[in-house]
Design a protein around this ligand. Structure first.
Ligand code: PLP
Length: 397
C-alpha cells in the first residue's frame, strides 16, 4: 500500500532541515499550540494515582459517558455510552468502521467525496472495497452536489466516508447542503455513513457568515446507520496523545469493540480522565485556538491570492488551503527541473526554495493540480513562506 503523502513530506522537510536548510513547513496537519494545561495536569495526576493498568477495551466508563453526553448535547446524536469506543486516534476509528461495514470479496463500493484526506482511500481498499471518488469542483468550493452523489450510488454501494470540515479543502459544507446530501442517502438503506467530524470545532463563521456544523447522525432517518468519528487531536491540540473515538449503532459497536479487543485493546488508561476534562472543561481554550486559526485562514488566503496563477478557494474551516498550481505545469525551475505535476512542483519548491507543501495527487484524482498548505503555524511563517513561493514561481520559465 502507499505511504501517507503527508507523513512523507514531513520526513522530507525534516531531512532538508538536517542538511542545514532553513525550511518553512506548511506540511503538518497538527496545531502548533500545546495541549491545554488543565488536560495535561489531569493525565499526570491519574498516572501518579496509579491508573497504569489495562482498561476495558472500549474505554473507561466515565470517558465513554462524557463522549456520549457530548454527542447527544452538542451534535444532537442520541448516544448511549455502550455505543462509544475510545480509539488510538480517529485514524484507527476510521479503520475499524470500514472493517465493520465492508465484506471482502463481495465487490463492495465505498463512496468518497474528493479531494479527501490521504488515508481514506488506502483504508477503504484495505477493508476490501472499491473506492468510488466523487470529485468536488473547485468552482463549487470543492463541495459535491446531490446530483453527483445520487449518480455515484450503485447496488454495490455499502458506505460513504464523509468529512466536513474537510482536510485538505479547508472548507465546511453549509448545513443545508449536508441535509440535501443526506436526503439522497436516506433513500438507500444499505449505505452506512462514516462521518469523520475531527475538525468540527474549527469552523469560521467570521469568514462565511452563518456557517455551522451538522452531524449526519443527528438526522433520525440516518441515526441507525451512521458511525460518527471524532477525537481530540485537532481541536484540543492533542495529536501525539492518540485519542479518537467513534459512536456506532449498538450492534455494530459490539462488533467494533471485538475488533479493537483483538488489535490494540484500550488506549493508555491514565488518558481517560483527561478526555473527560477536555470535553467538559476546556471550551475556552478550544475557542481561543479557533479564533487564531480563523485569522490565519484569512491571512493565508490573502497571501496566496497574491501569487500569480494560483487559484485558491477561500478556506472557512480546519487549517488548510488547497490552491490549484497547475498554471505552472510545463515550466522549468531555476535548477532545471521540469514542473509537470503537483509532486514535481512540491519537490522542486522544497529543494530550491525550502518550503514544504503536500502535493495533491494522493488527495484524489481531481486534486492532481493542487498543493496543500497547512496554516497551523505562525503569521510570520505564512508571510515569509508565501513570500518565498512568490519569488520562486516568478523564476519558473
Ligand atoms: N481525519 C482527518 C480528516 C484528518 O485530517 C486526520 C489527521 O490528519 C485524522 C482523521 C486523524 O486523526 P488522529 O490524529 O486522531 O488519528
Amino acid at each position: 500500500m502507499s505511504e501517507s503523502a503527508t507523513l512523507a513530506v514531513g520526513a522530507k522537510a525534516a531531512a532538508a532541515r538536517a542538511r542545514g536548510h532553513d525550511v518553512i513547513a506548511f506540511a503538518t496537519g497538527e496545531p502548533d499550540f500545546d495541549t491545554p494545561d488543565n488536560i495535561k495536569r489531569v493525565a499526570i495526576h491519574a498516572l501518579e494515582k496509579g491508573m497504569t493498568k489495562y482498561a476495558p477495551t472500549p474505554g473507561d466508563k466515565s470517558a465513554r459517558l462524557a463522549i456520549a453526553h457530548k454527542l447527544t448535547q452538542e451534535n444532537g446524536i442520541e448516544t448511549s455510552f455502550e455505543q462509544v469506543t475510545v480509539t488510538a486516534g480517529a485514524k484507527h476509528a476510521i479503520y475499524m468502521a470500514l472493517q465493520a461495514i465492508v465484506e471482502p470479496g463481495r465487490m463492495d463500493e465505498v463512496l468518497l467525496p474528493t479531494p479527501a484526506w490521504v488515508s481514506y482511500k488506502p483504508l477503504i481498499e484495505l477493508a476490501g472495497a472499491k473506492c468510488v471518488e466523487i470529485a468536488g469542483a473547485r468552482e463549487n468550493g470543492f463541495r459535491i452536489t446531490s446530483a453527483q452523489l445520487a449518480a455515484a450510488i450503485t447496488p454495490k454501494t455499502v458506505g460513504i466516508v464523509w468529512n466536513s470540515p474537510s482536510n485538505p479543502c479547508g472548507i465546511a459544507y453549509p448545513a443545508s447542503e449536508v441535509r440535501a446530501l443526506c436526503d439522497v442517502l436516506i433513500k438507500h438503506e444499505r449505505i452506512t455513513i462514516i462521518s469523520d467530524e475531527i475538525y468540527e470545532k474549527l469552523i469560521y463563521p467570521e469568514i462565511s457568515p452563518g456557517l455551522a456544523h451538522l452531524s449526519p447522525g443527528s438526522l433520525a432517518a440516518l441515526a441507525s446507520r451512521t458511525i460518527t468519528v471524532n477525537g481530540l487531536s485537532k481541536s484540543y491540540a492533542m495529536t501525539g496523545w492518540r485519542v479518537g473515538y467513534l459512536a456506532a449503532p449498538l450492534a455494530m459497536a459490539k462488533e467494533i469493540i471485538k475488533l479493537q479487543g483483538q488489535m490494540t485493546n484500550s488506549i493508555p488508561s491514565f488518558f481517560y480522565p483527561a478526555i473527560v476534562e477536555a470535553l467538559s472543561n476546556s471550551a475556552a481554550s478550544v475557542e481561543a485556538m479557533r479564533i487564531t486559526f480563523a485569522a490565519r485562514a484569512q491571512l493565508m488566503h490573502r497571501e496566496l491570492s497574491s501569487v500569480p496563477k494560483f487559484h485558491t478557494v477561500a478556506p472557512n474551516a480546519a487549517f488548510y488551503a488547497f490552491p490549484d498550481v497547475s498554471g505552472y505545469f510545463g515550466t522549468v525551475s531555476p535548477a532545471g527541473v521540469t514542473i509537470n505535476s503537483a509532486q514535481s512542483f512540491a519537490d522542486a519548491l522544497l529543494n530550491e526554495a525550502h518550503v514544504a507543501v503536500v502535493p495533491g495527487e494522493d488527495f484524489g484524482a481531481c486534486a492532481r493540480g493542487n498543493i496543500r498548505l497547512s496554516f497551523a503555524c505562525s503569521d510570520e511563517n505564512i508571510i515569509n513562506g508565501i513570500g518565498r513561493i512568490r519569488t520562486w514561481v516568478a523564476q519558473l520559465k
